[in-house]
Design a protein around this ligand. Structure first.
Ligand SMILES: [Zn+2]
Length: 316
């Protein structure tokens, strides 16, 4: 079978190889499609555990057992279900868990074996299935953690990125009024503004009150703006630092405005199953679909200024 193997850190070290179909434990899945995320880009650049087959978000057809022939999205964090963190319902922190595509092999290959409990069987379109385990799950978990209520105003920074497009769509399905902020060409939400316009327009739409929740999936570069867009008593959720991790925070401002700053990461298996319902008609905004052998180029496209939606690798 074909596989893209990362032998050492760096996009240029992603090499197409011919490997044996994996043997051993778990259920064999024929991978159909992988969605490319910034996490893939970062993990390929850093290469924490090489050699490895990257790919943190993918879907395929179950090849054996009672579910043979069914389509499935893969929950890409392994977990034992028995440790302290699993018992708290936080499989993403499982003490013996691994991240597929980073610590162990992921989706840039034609076949993989995954634990049965990591299969989320669903008939949703392939591109949606290949967006579930990170791009849709991370924002869903963030929005749930922020305890979004119907009618809340949610501002999404980075509204045209992989997680941004799902933050907008999921917040809307949870009953929020959504405002997207982006300088990119993809403008999904009825209310979409550039970063320069953001402060004024958010105030205008909310009659001066500002947002109940600000979603910041980009990190430090957008944190000062997030502070300007949140209302008194509101919440800021951070679940990405692609644009920087260090920031300044005036603690007097924080308590005097009664603002909560929440960090979240990934999401739970249960939430991914809920997503298969909630996100039934979510649009994954397909921009480009490339072949497995074009993996390095495809990852570099994540930074294209022309990018209007997601980049996928069509594998099988
Ligand atoms: Zn565990």
């Amino acid at each position: 079978m074909k596989a893209l193997v990362l032998e050492k850190p760096g996009l240029e070290n992603l090499k197409l190889k011919d490997l044996d179909v994996p043997n051993g434990e778990g259920v064999l899945v024929k991978i159909v499609i992988a969605g490319l995320t910034m996490l893939d880009y970062m993990s390929v650049s850093k290469g924490e555990n090489t050699p490895v087959i990257p790919g943190v978000e993918f879907a395929g057809i179950i090849e054996e057992g009672e579910m043979k022939g069914k389509k499935a999205s893969i929950y890409t964090r392994t977990f034992d279900g028995t440790c302290k963190m699993c018992k708290r319902g936080m499989e993403m922190f499982c003490l013996s868990g691994k991240r597929m595509g980073i610590d162990v092999n992921g989706g840039f290959e034609e076949y993989i074996r995954v634990p049965r409990e990591n299969l989320v069987v669903s008939d949703l379109p392939w591109e949606t299935l290949a967006s579930m385990s990170i791009s849709a799950l991370a924002p869903y978990h963030a929005l749930k953690t922020a305890d979004i209520k119907r009618g809340d105003t949610v501002v999404v920074l980075g509204a045209s990125g992989n997680t941004g497009i799902f933050s907008l769509q999921i917040a809307e399905r949870l009953g929020a009024r959504v405002i997207g902020i982006t300088n990119g060409p993809l403008r999904i939400s009825r209310y979409t503004f550039t970063y320069d316009e953001a402060e004024e327009r958010v105030k205008e739409i909310t009659d001066g009150e500002k947002a109940d929740v600000v979603i910041n999936q980009l990190g430090a570069s957008k944190f000062p703006l997030a502070l300007k867009l949140v209302r008194k008593g509101g919440k800021i959720v951070v679940f990405g630092t692609m644009q920087g991790k260090d920031t300044n925070l005036d603690l007097s401002w924080l308590y005097l405005n009664h603002v909560s700053i929440i960090g979240t990461v990934r999401g739970t298996l249960k939430e991914m199953m809920e997503l298969a319902e909630i996100c039934k008609d979510c649009n994954p905004y397909v921009w480009k679909e490339l072949a497995l052998e074009d993996g390095s180029y495809a990852l570099s496209l994540l930074f294209s200024k022309q990018r209007k939606g997601r980049v996928f690798l069509k594998i099988g």
